[in-house]
Design a protein around this ligand. Structure first.
Ligand code: GLA
Length: 435
């Protein structure tokens, strides 16, 4: 989550006309540069075609001995903070990728390097891996190794890694899950473990829980592992059943907006929300309600049993979960029937609930959402991801994207005192071999 997103900060400008559009504004820049060529790279992005050559420059040897894997960022269209409450969520992978180049070694050493960050992190495959602040981004990788070893996967040698990221960071689009799942997939393929995509997602989630101390749900790792271009997935987090839904937005596009807020203490607030939901569930169960997750309740069932929860804060958290889950079902239907106005209105309702009942928005996300919702051509807007800063998304008519960004930027800067980030992308693919 946030820690990784900060680590993988990377600036770029890009615009690709497709189902999902995100437009990125740099702190200091008042203009955005567009490219209509799918998959074109801009001057600020790392070209992954260079990664093998850079690997050889770093570690020696030949390019043919190196493998490169890609791993996407994600947005969540709707269904926030309910993956850990057995709810349904509606995320999509986006075409901003992190790349992992890897090669086995002849000894037991492990070396990690990054194009974006100085220095080398060195370990040994026989180490007992444990979280250490000074290990920085290497913690995410060691977290995966420690999970793999716990599960009995055996390593006959060490390896060396060079990473590069075009995933903008600190924005709630899950650069850390991209890192965890991309690395897990790279290791699995390199060592012939052939771990399936759902297992890759679970490894990433377990690593967050056991190594990073964040009790996240499965949504981010899942979509990053199984995502497919031009689709979002409807994921039932209770059963892990999922299906692909075409992202058909007609003349509308998603604009994604980064608050550029430094997220402090977000992990502990996230864990606190999760604990409050567990408390709500326990109270309901103690009162004879036969559910094993909050999102099993329909809104009508909730209204019948809410009286059992007397603590107003706990009740608000539970109410958000129940209604948000219903909004996901409605949003999937709305998209299926091409009712984008309905989808937009559900986005607005979701944001309101995350603000008033779940209390994970804050002035930055609220300013982005309310400024967006006022703009001509915008059908709806909401925060996406964990909140406490991070990103919001807005559903905007393609001809209004420029004026939308200009106006929202103006309002955001006036209220918050610094600029928001906007970035452009299209839907993307889950973890894959790149070359
Ligand atoms: C973070 C977590 C996810 C999910 C979202 C909120 O991104 O990693 O599991 O809980 O927050 O919906």
């Amino acid at each position: 989550m946030e820690r990784g997103e900060q680590l993988f900060a990377h600036h770029f400008f890009s615009f690709v006309e497709s189902y999902v559009i995100v437009v990125y504004y740099f702190f200091s820049a008042n203009e955005h540069k567009e490219s209509t060529m799918a998959n074109s790279l801009t001057k600020n992005e790392y070209n992954p075609a260079d990664l093998k050559a850079d690997f050889v420059k770093t570690y020696g040897g030949t390019e043919s001995s190196v493998s490169v894997f890609s791993s996407p960022a994600r947005i969540n269209i709707i269904g926030e903070h309910i993956d850990y409450n057995g709810g349904k969520v509606f995320p999509a992978a986006i075409n901003r990728y992190l790349f992992v180049a890897i090669r086995k070694r002849h000894d037991t050493k492990i070396l990690y390097k990054s194009i974006q960050f100085e220095g080398t992190h060195q370990f040994d495959i026989n180490d007992d891996f444990a979280y250490d602040k000074k290990d920085d981004y290497a913690n995410y990788l060691n977290g995966i190794l420690s999970q793999l070893k716990k599960k009995g996967y055996r390593f006959d040698c060490g390896f060396e890694v060079l990473m590069a990221s075009n995933v903008p960071a600190g924005g709630g689009i899950s650069s850390s899950s991209a890192l965890e799942c991309g690395f897990a997939y790279a290791v699995s393929e390199t060592f012939g473990f052939n771990i399936d995509r759902v297992e890759i997602a679970k490894l990433g989630q377990m690593s967050e829980h056991k190594f990073m101390g964040v009790n996240c749900g499965i949504m981010d790792q899942f979509i990053i592992s199984v995502g497919k271009e031009k689709t979002a997935i409807v994921l039932d987090c209770n059963t892990l059943e999922y299906s692909y839904a075409p992202l058909e937005l007609g003349d509308y596009r998603f604009v994604v907006m980064n608050t550029n807020k430094q997220r402090r203490l977000a992990d502990s607030k996230y864990n606190e929300r999760r604990t409050q939901c567990e408390e709500a569930l326990r109270i309901l169960q103690d009162n004879g309600i036969k559910i094993n997750a909050l999102c099993q309740l329909t809104p009508a069932q909730w209204e019948d049993c809410r009286k059992f929860i007397t603590d107003e804060t706990i009740a608000k958290r539970a109410r958000h979960c129940v209604y948000e889950n219903q909004r996901v079902l409605d949003a999937v239907e709305a998209l299926k029937s091409g009712d984008l106005a309905k989808l937009g209105s559900l986005l607005n309702q979701s944001h309101k609930s995350l603000d008033e009942d779940y209390e994970v928005t804050g002035i930055e996300l609220n300013t982005l959402a309310s400024a967006s919702q006022k703009q001509e051509g915008c059908l709806g807007a909401r925060m996406t991801g964990a909140g406490f800063g991070g990103c919001a998304i807005a559903l905007v008519h393609k001809d209004k994207v420029d004026s939308f960004i200009e106006n929202v930027q103006k309002e955001y800067t006036r209220v918050i005192g610094y600029a928001a980030g906007f970035f452009a992308c299209e839907s993307g693919n889950g973890v894959a071999r790149f070359n």
